[in-house]
Design a protein around this ligand. Structure first.
Ligand SMILES: *Cc1c(COP(=O)(O)O)cnc(C)c1O
Length: 809
């Protein structure tokens, strides 16, 4: 806890406007959704994700009275009894404060960096150290400039050591992370080998990452990477590998029976042989990194190898699944500590499709008196509807929570009683540590489906939104296209996130899609692209705003409204400037405006058009012509109707290529979903289609695979059958080697025709086993090209029977 007075001594600020400098601060807030206790929060108006200054009023309403801001036009007088600290850069100020807080922690801090494996190593180390040491680990994905600051802020004396993950995407970011974390011990996991970038850039990346350890004495790494070259005299290396220079020397490594790897290694003249429960390269490397770290901490080789056998691959965090009884399930069942519980609760809170919210919670790791009190406080301010507790040590909560609370001694007891508990139309967060195997509960509550899934990373979608936003002047509004099931990636799940991120408008193709959004708590204005007479009732009932594209639809909508005495219903007028799909021709604008002047039943909210080739420079002159025709048409219409309307014409590609076409609003579509048609922005992948191998067989040369004997084998081959076919949206045109999937890091091609629910892959050259996971579209753009289509079509064709799994990472 710090007072405002003490905070002022630890950050550089330009001026301040202080009402109460003895106000105590416990929480750093930057997202108004996550504010739990307003008065003791210090709100940072960050401008990185969206402009936090726009949220000051929200935060104030939630009780926040202390703000760190950078914009000088804040009306401090308008906010009574509040503290304002004006700084140059709000993020830097937060980092300064975090760095100061970290300096008060005098136990070892382990910093982890590398291209991959950071999270796994961090989680595993925490598990491995746990009975002996209370470990604070930075919550998952809290490895950025903001994340690290928040992670450090939560450090308390209750812990014996801390593991902090550092990730960078831009040069110079590591210096700032280093200044905050100042690790005592450094772990370097790896530098991506699979990357296409050349050696020089790899070396640069390595150097950049190693800046985290500028002042770190001990550095743990695999000598597979040329790290030693970059160390200097103040560093002490502690490495593993197969050379005599390595502290931990790997003597032998081979596949063992089952699915493990047998390893023999030598450490200080002692030799040990043991099995790791993995065969994939990444897991083996991560295990060895953990082993080496434990040796560094002085554990005996014998004790470590024993512990390692219990390691399990990490499941994905915070999966959002479709449940039975119209429920949504958030599955987070690997580890359970206060920090990750808080994040999971935030995620639960963000789900607006259900009012009712149930938490199923297991015992926490390392729960003692102090943690108990914190846990209780955390749960009390969540707005939960019901709590189901698993594990004896949580019994104390029952008396203190004022919502229905059920208590079970074990997961088995909960499972036997599960059918007697009513679940109905609610969001259920299942949060537990691994030993409670709450995933069994999750499985029983999940709706059944076959095993091809489309994973959707909502955080990636949020980051893509931000990339496009950063290109736009703040005065330009943003309409997000969520038509066609959000380009295949979900309806309210995506809309929910966009609503939180304050986009200005949503657009659907049909009224039904809009109705579904409304029924799931979406309140943003929604435009409907193709309305017809049958849906007028729903438009009015659910406040959905139609695109008006012809006199026929305009007249019938106006008569409909007139009969019900409705006036000023918002509509959007479409002008056809060259697409020749829907819309009024420029020559019809005159007549249109005369009708609109008379029609008091409607109010034109916006006038828009669509560019036919904004991403194709061959047609630039046509695009310019469209923009010109559009401008003239809207001028004309505005003159006629006598009021201003919003103008918009730019889709995703135009946001990148045509800044002069922004007008008042842009319509962001495909880019939001991670497809970079313009190859300019380095978007994050949002959707990943995955399937699994059902069977593998070895076949002789000359045998054939699939219908009509289309797949003729030219050699002795291993053929894998996977669970995806054209009924799932995997086009028949991908058959006979046209399509390729990614299996254990390698490309494999289809053999024979694609069947309805399955297809076959040639896995002769790849180590593959039944039940292995397969990525269906390793490169969406390339896959689209292979069958002469565009990524849009591949995305929206992924059938609705393919289960969507949401996560936030
Ligand atoms: C789909 C659509 C968009 C979005 O196009 P992207 O290329 O996906 O950005 C914009 N405007 C209209 C009218 C659309 O139908």
């Amino acid at each position: 806890m710090y007072t405002i007075a003490s905070i002022l001594t630890h950050i550089d600020y330009e001026r301040s406007y202080i009402f109460n400098d003895s106000q105590e601060i416990y929480d750093l807030a930057y997202d108004t959704r996550k504010i739990r206790s307003g008065t003791t929060s210090l709100f940072f108006a960050l401008t990185s994700v969206r402009d936090g200054h726009d949220f000051i009023e929200d935060a104030y309403k939630k009780g926040v009275r202390s703000f760190v801001v950078s914009r000088n036009d804040i009306d401090t007088v308008g906010y009574e009894n509040a503290n304002f600290i004006f700084v140059n850069n709000v993020l830097f100020a937060m980092q300064q404060l975090a760095a100061y807080h970290r300096s008060q922690f005098d136990k070892p801090i382990i910093g982890i960096t590398g291209s991959n494996g950071k999270t796994v190593v961090k989680e595993w180390l925490t598990q491995l150290l746990l009975p002996d040491k209370k470990v604070y680990q930075s919550p998952n994905s809290y490895n950025s400039q903001l994340g690290v600051a928040l992670a450090l802020w939560n450090l308390t004396d209750d812990y014996d050591c801390a593991i902090i993950e550092a990730g960078i995407s831009l040069p110079e970011e590591m210096e700032r992370l280093e200044a905050m974390i100042k690790p005592d011990i450094g772990i370097f996991t790896n530098i991506g080998l699979a990357h296409s970038s050349g050696f020089v850039s790899k070396e640069l990346k390595l150097k950049e990452k190693l800046k985290l350890f500028k002042q770190t004495k001990h550095i743990i790494f695999s000598s597979l990477y040329p790290i030693r070259e970059f160390l200097d005299s103040k560093h002490v290396a502690f490495s593993f590998g197969d050379s005599v220079d390595d502290d931990v020397r790997i003597l032998k490594m081979e596949d063992s029976i089952g699915s493990g790897t047998a390893i023999q290694l030598e450490y200080r003249t002692e030799i040990a042989t043991f099995d790791l429960p993995f065969q994939d390269r990444a897991s083996i490397e991560n295990s060895l990194t953990c082993l080496t770290t434990l040796l560094f901490f002085g554990y005996s080789l014998d004790a470590i190898t024993h512990k390692l056998q219990r390691l399990q691959p990490l499941d994905m965090r915070l999966q959002l699944k479709t449940g039975k009884y119209n429920c949504s399930i958030i599955d987070d069942t690997y580890s359970n500590d206060l920090a990750s519980l808080q994040i999971a609760l935030d995620f639960l809170h963000q789900q607006q499709q259900h009012k009712k919210k149930t938490l199923i919670l297991s015992d926490l790791e390392g729960l003692d008196d102090r943690f108990r009190e914190k846990l209780l406080k955390l749960l009390q301010r969540q707005g939960l509807s019901r709590v189901i507790l698993v594990g004896r040590s949580l019994a104390f909560l029952k008396a203190h929570l004022d919502v229905p609370t059920l208590l079970f001694e074990s997961t088995e007891e909960l499972l036997t009683n599960l059918e007697h508990i009513t679940f109905d139309n609610e969001s259920i967060l299942i949060k537990g540590s691994r030993i409670f195997h709450l995933e069994d509960v999750s499985q029983m509550l999940s709706a059944k489906s076959h095993e091809t899934v489309l994973e959707i990373n909502l955080a990636a979608l949020e980051r893509n939104l931000q990339r496009y936003r950063s290109l736009l002047p703040t005065s330009v509004k943003l309409m997000a296209m969520v038509k066609a099931f959000s380009y295949g990636s979900g309806s309210y799940e995506v809309a929910n996130l966009l609503q939180f991120n304050k986009v200005d408008y949503l657009t659907v193709a049909f009224a039904d899609e809009g109705v579904e959004l409304r029924q799931n708590g979406i309140e943003l204005p929604v435009m409907v692209l193709s309305p017809d007479e049958q849906v007028f009732d729903n438009l009015v009932l659910y406040k959905l705003e139609p695109e008006i594209y012809s006199f026929r639809i305009l007249n019938s909508f106006v008569s409909y409204l007139r009969a019900r005495k409705i006036t000023k219903f918002p509509i959007h007028v479409k002008i056809d400037t060259g697409m020749h799909r829907l819309g009024f021709l420029p020559t019809e604008v005159e007549r249109l405006s005369t009708i609109l002047v008379e029609a008091k039943e409607v109010q034109v909210k916006s006038v828009f058009s669509h560019l036919v080739a904004s991403g194709n420079s061959e047609h630039d002159s046509f695009t310019l012509q469209q923009i010109d025709v559009f401008t003239k048409s809207v001028d004309h219409l505005e003159n006629g109707i006598g009021y201003r309307v919003l103008r918009h014409i730019a889709n995703t590609s135009a946001i990148v290529n045509w800044p002069n076409a922004y007008f008042d609003m842009v319509r962001l579509g495909i880019g939001l979903y991670g497809v970079d048609m313009d190859h300019r922005l380095g978007l994050d992948t949002v959707s990943t289609l995955k399937t699994t191998i059902t069977q593998i067989k070895e076949l002789d040369a000359g045998e054939t695979v699939g219908y009509d004997r289309k797949g003729v084998l030219k050699r002795v081959s291993r053929i894998a059958t996977v669970k995806i076919g054209y009924a799932d949206g995997y086009s028949r045109r991908f058959g006979n080697g046209v399509g390729s999937m990614l299996l254990n890091g390698q490309r494999v091609s289809t053999v024979g025709s694609i069947c309805m629910d399955m297809c076959m892959l040639d896995v002769t050259d790849v180590a593959a086993r039944e039940e292995d996971e397969v990525f269906v579209f390793p490169d969406l753009m390339e896959a689209a090209k292979a069958i002469d289509t565009i990524p849009y079509e591949l995305l929206v064709n992924i059938s609705s029977r393919v289960k969507r799994v949401y996560f936030y990472g």
